[in-house]
Design a protein around this ligand. Structure first.
Ligand code: NAD
Length: 490
């Protein structure tokens, strides 16, 4: 029987009053194993009220004391890494190895936020005028909330949560309704931290729950990661309600393959970028633009790698590519491959209509390689979010960069080359916030901001590192004068 998930509000596990739930389905088996209640605006309000009450004291806890909770959280995450990684795979379909990788990234953010006493320092000048000093302090903003996507159920809340907590805010997580189980497990660990009630809370739900967060007058800031239409809508609604917002959207990431690239290395790295996590990373490379003489050798090498990739259930040791999130997603990806064919693309490797023995109920699409995808067509511009790689061609580096820049998204762009000059030109001219040079997934470490651009990001301060510290604090500038003659003489 499917397990009904709970909310974590005011330091207690609470059963939501919602009668409606989102089913949580293991994408690798098709098993419906949990239900996420769709919490009501009243339940959101209860969490926000608890957070507002907690904030009064929490903001006064010294930063070196606040981070002690993060040291403890890191230890608990390390001790429970295996169970959390399994949970990720069970609800999201990726391989166990990929789930472990995602948890490492989550933990890395906890580690970075432990530096908050240094990271949130202000600055000051003595004697900005004779006898007058000026200081800038960073203070927490109050109550903040985050809305998560399905594809990194463990990691993505951690682009925000550790920084919000360490800077002295109270924080509410709304996990994806498709993959809410891992955050439930994370909050079982949060429950053991001994934090004051209301500082960290978990509220399950979908759009109506998010809207209640966006409309609540006591929430000061919203962090969101998800598809571009949702990111755009959430950003607009948060802004209309006077909130700070940072909303990371979808992607369609291109890579240029130069003729001087080492084709074997490029193929190995690019196959993992395109087909790892079943193509469901926002930093998956999905369009390959070969330059000049790179076309034939790369197509040959990459075709072989596409065919050789082992597809399987994420918890099976030899699986390299797991399932996609849902039957609906599988049908959508297959339909998009059909559109590519209608646009004139040729499937060199066609991953449709195959099953994994023993997992016939799973939502698997095998890696697919499309050649001759027209750059102006629908497939070259649509986020497929599945294990599908499109090949295109340009004669020169300039033409390739122009193709990279002629698109709505700006999450990541990569180049494979042996030429420093080509790499430097690409790095300088490309319209993308995360750039990889001989790298297939240019995911910024926790001590750099995750820097999507264009339709991949709405806002100005990104998740992680100093951007997160700025996002979760507001600056207060104090100008002060203490004339000697007002003081008692000692
Ligand atoms: P999604 O947009 O369907 O949902 C994301 C979250 O937003 C969920 O919690 C959902 O409940 C909520 N939501 C969805 N529509 C909403 C609406 N109209 N109003 C209010 N809330 C709404 O995304 P998903 O399918 O869960 O995740 C996949 C997408 O996320 C892909 O497009 C992927 O590229 C993107 N993504 C981006 C990044 C990044 O850093 N830019 C990282 C991971 C995933």
């Amino acid at each position: 029987m499917a397990k009904r998930l709970m909310n974590y509000v005011n330091g207690q596990w609470v059963d939501s009053a919602a009668s409606e739930c989102a089913p949580v389905i293991n994408p690798g088996t098709g098993e419906h194993f949990a239900d996420a209640p769709l919490s009501s605006p009243a339940e959101v309000d209860a969490a926000v009220r608890a957070a507002v009450a907690a904030f009064k004291e929490w903001r006064r806890v010294p930063a070196p004391d606040r981070i002690q909770f993060l040291f403890k959280l890191k230890e608990l995450l390390e001790d429970n890494l295996d169970a959390l990684a399994r949970s990720c795979t069970e609800e999201c379909g990726k391989t166990y190895r990929e789930s472990v990788g995602e948890l490492r990234r989550a933990i890395e953010n906890v580690e970075v936020a432990c530096g908050i006493p240094l990271l949130m320092q202000g600055r000051n000048n003595e004697d900005i005028a004779r006898g007058i000093d000026e200081h800038m302090f960073r203070q927490p903003i109050g109550v903040a909330a985050m809305v998560a996507p399905f594809n990194f159920p463990a990691m993505i809340p951690f682009w925000f949560l550790p920084y919000a907590l360490a800077t002295g805010n109270c924080f509410i997580v709304k996990p994806s309704e498709k993959c809410p189980v891992t955050q439930q497990r994370v909050f079982e660990l949060v429950d053991r931290l001994g934090l004051p009630p209301g500082v960290l809370q978990l509220v399950n739900g979908a759009k109506e729950t998010v809207d209640a967060l966006l409309d609540h007058p006591d929430i000061r800031a919203i962090s969101m990661v998800g598809s571009t239409p949702a990111a755009r809508a959430i950003y607009a609604r948060a802004a209309a309600n006077g909130k700070r917002a940072q909303c990371q959207g979808g992607a369609k990431n291109p890579v240029l393959i130069m003729p001087d690239a080492d084709m074997e290395t490029a193929t190995r790295i690019l196959a993992d970028s395109a087909f790892g996590c079943a193509g469901q990373r926002c930093l998956a490379l999905s369009s390959g633009i070969t330059i000049g003489a790179a076309r034939d050798p790369f197509r040959g090498c990459f075709g072989e790698a596409t065919r050789a990739r082992r597809v399987g259930y994420g918890l099976d040791e030899d699986a390299e590519t797991g399932a996609v999130i849902s039957a609906e997603s599988k049908a959508r990806i297959e339909r998009l491959i059909g559109i590519a064919e209608a646009e004139g693309a040729r499937p060199i490797v066609d991953g449709r209509g195959q099953t994994v023995p023993g997992y016939e109920g799973g939502h698997f699409i095998f890696p697919t390689l499309l050649d001759g995808v027209p750059p102006q067509g629908e497939i070259a511009r649509t986020e497929i979010f599945g294990p599908v790689f499109s090949l295109m061609h340009a004669d020169t580096l300039e033409e390739g960069i122009a193709m990279v820049n002629d698109r709505a998204y700006g999450n990541m762009a990569c180049i494979f080359t042996a030429s420093g000059a080509a790499a430097r030109k690409f790095r300088n001219e490309v319209r993308a916030g995360n750039v990889g040079i001989n790298i297939g997934v240019a995911a910024p470490m926790a001590f750099f901001p995750f820097s999507g651009w264009a339709d991949s990001f709405f806002g100005d301060l990104h998740g992680q590192a100093e951007h997160a510290v700025e996002f979760f604090t507001e600056t207060k500038v104090v100008v002060e004068r203490w004339p000697q003659e007002w003081s008692r003489q000692f």
